[in-house]
Design a protein around this ligand. Structure first.
Ligand code: GTP
Ligand code: MG
Length: 197
C-alpha cells in the first residue's frame, strides 16, 4: 500500500466525540514508551504526525489519523505508566477499554511489545483481555534495531509461548523498527488486506 495522505483529525477524551465509525480503524496500544507514536510516524512517513517523547506518558488522548481518506490509525495512551496517580490510571484504563470494546469500526488492535524484554505480565494480561472480549489483534515487536536478530527472535518465541497458556493459536506478529523502517511493508500489506475484506 502506498500512503498518499495522512492527516491528524482529532484528539479525544470522550467516546461520544470520536469520529463517526464509518471507516475501518486500526488502534495502536502497548506500554508507555514502547514506540506506538513512532511506529505510526514511520508507517505514514510523517515524522511529526503523532507526538513522540523519551518521557513515558506522552500520548494521553485517543488520536485519530486519517490515511488515504479511507481508513484511520488510532494512537492510544500507553498502559502501565508508573508515574501517574492510581485513580487517573483507572480512568484511562476504563476509557481505553470501553473504546476498544465498543468501537464498531475497529478492525484490528496492534499490541506493541518491546522486543528487548522477556514477556511482561501486563502485556500478556492485556492480550488475554482482548481475547476474552473476542477482539482481533496482532503483535508488533518494537525497537528491533536495539539488539541482535537472535535476541529479538528469542523474546518473540517466549512471548508467543506465554500466550499459548490461554490461546489455542497465537496471533500474527510483526518485527518492527521505527528507526530503520523494519516491518513497514508487512504492516501496511496486512492493513490493506483487511481493508479489502
Ligand atoms: P507514550 O505515548 O508515552 O505511551 O509512548 P509511545 O509508545 O507512543 O512511544 P514513542 O513513540 O513516543 O517512543 C518512545 C521513545 O522510544 C522515543 O524516544 C523514541 O524515539 C524511541 N523509539 C520508538 N521506536 C523506536 C525504534 O524502533 N527504535 C529505537 N531505537 N527507538 C525507538
Ligand atoms: Mg505515544
Amino acid at each position: 500500500m502506498i500512503v498518499k495522505s495522512a492527516e491528524f483529525i482529532c484528539s479525544n477524551t470522550q467516546i461520544s466525540k470520536l469520529p463517526l465509525p464509518l471507516k475501518p480503524e486500526y488502534a495502536f496500544i502497548g506500554r508507555s514508551n514502547v514506540g506506538k507514536s513512532s511506529l505510526i510516524n514511520m508507517l505514514t512517513e510523517k515524522k511529526g504526525l503523532a507526538k513522540t517523547s523519551q518521557t513515558p506518558g506522552k500520548t494521553q488522548l485517543i488520536n485519530h489519523f486519517l490515511i488515504n481518506d479511507t481508513w484511520y490509525i488510532v494512537d492510544l495512551p500507553g498502559y502501565g505508566y508508573a508515574k501517574i496517580s492510581k485513580s487517573k490510571k483507572e480512568d484511562w484504563n476504563k476509557f481505553i477499554r470501553s473504546y476498544l470494546d465498543k468501537r464498531e469500526s475497529l478492525q484490528t488492535v496492534f499490541v506493541l511489545i518491546d522486543s528487548r524484554l522477556e514477556p511482561q505480565k501486563i502485556d500478556v494480561e492485556f492480550c488475554n483481555w482482548l481475547g476474552e472480549k473476542g477482539l482481533s489483534f496482532v503483535l508488533a515487536f518494537t525497537k528491533a534495531d536495539k539488539q541482535s536478530a537472535v535476541k529479538t527472535d528469542q523474546n518473540i518465541a517466549k512471548f508467543r509461548k506465554a500466550l499459548l497458556a490461554s490461546f489455542e493459536e497465537v496471533p500474527p506478529f510483526f518485527i518492527t523498527s521505527s528507526e530503520n523502517h523494519i516491518g513497514r511493508d508487512e504492516i501496511l500489506g496486512f492493513i490493506s488486506q483487511v481493508n479489502q475484506n
